[in-house]
Design a protein around this ligand. Structure first.
Ligand code: PEP
Ligand code: MN
Length: 336
């Protein structure tokens, strides 16, 4: 961190700044230029707020030199993180497709879909048991019964499970029954939930908030990692923009940006990003071409009667065709 002082800063005012930062345990180095004096701070500056230092009369500006996300960032962890769940690997050149319904509705439904997506090459089964719905009157998911049904699907297909947690109340059940814990877009900055889930040390799929910046997403990952887990995946699922033709706007540039800044895998959710089933395949393929480490896709055997997100769910037949194309795009981009 660098503190840039005003040209007319008095020695006594500068001393107050020194005293303050020394009390915070950092080492300082004064750099005197022809017109500007700066103070360089070394050591652990994570708890220092640049805004607070800018309150000093003699301080012109405070600049951060390092990113505040030390665990999620690439600086101290240059190699890619590879996450392993039940035989599936994600990241560092390993690609994973998570597929399944928005919500678990019945044993028959989840088993049928799980078998279909597995046959097409999915390596992880998605299914919501606790659903974050905009309306309190909409289907809220089957809750713990939904987790039980996912467990049955896992036993019968050997597919690991990804499912969303909405409250720390169910931490034990998720720790026991779910292989990848999903933090939904609406909870990306639920810091107590992030801490609790991080402390389980299980793989986490962290969805980007509807109006969150990439830096905020990285800091949410930092919360999970500071609490204990090493296995975090980012999930770009579309952000709110002025556009209404699609449910959200898929920020594909988040893939290379996140990969530049972080060693963690990046998953794309073309279903929630577009909200329309016929846009899922083109955006999934674009995500693969842009370097995503995986996809999470809503698949339903009867989208017309789905209890949640039928409009954006693709059928197993469409999913099957998409998987073939994903293989071709991956082969094309690996050919260099
Ligand atoms: C979901 O995956 O079913 C979901 C609700 O996603 P998001 O949090 O991205 O809206
Ligand atoms: Mn959904």
């Amino acid at each position: 961190m660098i503190i840039i002082l005003k040209p007319d800063a008095s020695p006594s005012d500068i001393q107050k700044v020194f005293d303050t930062v020394h009390a915070l345990g950092v080492i300082t180095q004064e750099i005197k230029g022809a017109t500007t004096t700066m103070i360089g701070l070394a050591g652990d500056t994570t708890a220092i707020s640049p805004q607070s230092l800018e309150r000093f009369e003699c301080v012109e500006r405070v600049m951060k030199v390092q990113e505040p996300y030390k665990l999620a960032g690439r600086r101290f962890h240059p190699s890619e993180t590879i996450i392993e769940v039940g035989g599936a690997k994600i990241g560092g050149g390993h690609f994973a497709v998570m597929a399944g319904p928005c919500s678990v509705e019945s044993e028959d439904q989840i088993l049928t879909i799980a078998r279909e997506v597995k046959l097409s090459g999915a390596t992880i089964l998605r299914g919501g048991a606790f659903k974050p719905r905009s309306s309190p009157y909409a289907f809220q998911g089957l809750g713990l019964d939904g987790l039980e049904l996912l467990k049955i699907a896992k036993q019968k297909t050997a597919l690991p499970i990804v499912s969303e947690i909405m409250s720390s109340e169910y931490l034990d059940a998720f720790a026991r029954d779910v292989d990848i814990i999903q933090i939904g877009a609406r909870n990306m900055q639920n810091f107590s939930l992030l801490r609790d889930v991080g402390s389980l040390k299980k793989p986490v799929l962290l969805k980007r908030g509807l109006s969150s910046t990439i830096e905020e997403l990285l800091m949410a990952a930092e919360y999970l990692m500071a609490a204990g887990t090493k296995d975090v995946m980012f999930c770009e699922r579309g952000i709110r923009t002025f556009e209404t033709a699609t449910r959200n706007t898929l920020d594909l540039s988040a893939i290379p940006v996140l990969k530049e800044k972080s060693h963690l895998p990046v998953i794309i959710d073309p279903s929630h990003a577009t909200g329309r089933w016929n846009l899922v395949a083109p955006m999934a393929l674009a995500a693969v071409a842009a370097g995503a480490d995986g996809l999470i896709i809503e698949v339903h055997n009867s989208p017309e009667t789905a209890l949640c997100d039928g409009a954006q769910s693709i059928t197993p037949a469409v999913f099957h065709k998409l998987m073939t194309k994903i293989g071709r795009v991956r082969a094309a981009i690996l050919e260099d």
